[in-house]
Design a protein around this ligand. Structure first.
Ligand code: ZN
Length: 322
């Protein structure tokens, strides 16, 4: 791990990340429709012959998709390599700001310039210590300025786990997106579940060794994992039923790579179909990873993982002799 001078990082401020890059598609009605459906935005301004694009779609027209970006300078990659080399291996998007200069309409051809606007001094946050990097993108439609999109990320070295954050309070970005490069030899704990008001009842059930499935009060459809509303009827009132604990392996994967702290590959992750009909992702225990099979009967039990965490897991009823 290499020490970084702030001067070295600041030298990137003002460097172009992309110049005159083309959007992959012109502004178009199908992308607008899909976006509005995904957002649940029924504003009539986004439909019909005089439709405009939702202003907040600004970034969508510049995204590279799976095939990547064209016309990028190496500045961004160089900055990230420098930060990676200094131990700031994790990244989280923190916020964005947009300014709209003119509406976008189907047929508009998009180009954009992107510049590394600022790199902050070293900052310590709850997630870890690192640098905020702000990129500004100036978007043009048919060559005219159409809007500005500022996007800020934090490139950071993750804070040591278990230093203050209460169980269940770990933000998703911290447990999901980070690549923990620390090399402490201490015992790694399994990631804490994110407990929120939508799923707290599930974890209260686990504490009492009951696997609770939500049931819609309107149409009685069972649902798992826990959600605020019913996918079948939209109803928001629900109660619970306790799973009998019987189930079978609906599908599974064997994890070899990548390694995660507290997990010892290879291991099997099962998608277990409960007797009640809903499915849950869990570990299949009591059988070697290479003996897990689709259709294998399993039975619920509760595994104490560490002092603070207990999880529902499923024991192979047949001891692997399938
Ligand atoms: Zn329902």
């Amino acid at each position: 791990m290499k020490a970084l001078s702030y001067e070295e990082l600041r030298a990137f401020e003002g460097r172009a990340a992309a110049t005159g890059s083309p959007g992959k598609d012109p502004v178009n009605a199908p992308m607008i429709r899909h976006w509005c459906e995904a957002m649940g935005d029924t504003n009539p301004a986004y439909e019909g012959p005089d439709a405009i694009a939702p202003p907040t779609m600004l970034q969508a027209w510049t995204m590279g998709g799976l095939s990547g970006y064209e016309g990028r300078s190496p500045a961004h990659d160089e900055l990230f390599a420098l930060l990676d080399g200094a131990g700031c291996t994790s990244v989280v998007a923190t916020d964005c700001e947009q300014e709209y200069l003119r509406p976008l309409r189907p047929g508009d051809v998009i180009t954009y310039d992107s510049v590394i606007e600022s790199v902050s001094p070293l900052k310590t946050t709850k997630l870890g210590t690192g640098h905020f990097v702000t990129t500004r993108m100036d978007v043009r439609a048919n060559g005219e300025p159409a809007g500005t999109h500022r996007f800020r990320i934090l490139k950071y070295a993750p804070a040591r786990r278990g230093s203050g954050a209460p169980p269940g309070a770990a933000p998703g970005a911290a447990s999901g997106a980070s690549s923990d490069a620390s090399s402490d030899a201490g015992k790694k704990l399994r990631p804490r579940p994110v407990v929120n008001r939508d799923n707290a009842g599930f974890w209260e059930g686990v504490a009492e060794h009951r696997l609770l499935i939500q049931r819609c009060r309107s149409c009685e459809t069972l649902r798992f994992p826990w959600l605020p509303g019913c996918n079948a009827c939209g109803g928001q009132d629900w109660d619970t039923v306790e799973a009998s604990g019987e189930g079978s392996v609906f599908s599974y994967v064997v994890m070899h790579h990548p390694p995660f702290p507290a997990f010892d590959p290879p291991y099997a992750v099962g998608l277990v179909e409960l007797a009640e009909g809903v499915r849950i992702v869990s570990n299949v225990v009591g059988v070697p990873y290479d003996k897990v099979r689709i259709g294998m009967p399993v039975r619920l039990e509760f595994l104490r993982v560490d002092d603070e965490l207990e999880l529902p897991v499923f024991r192979a009823a047949e001891g692997g002799e399938v």
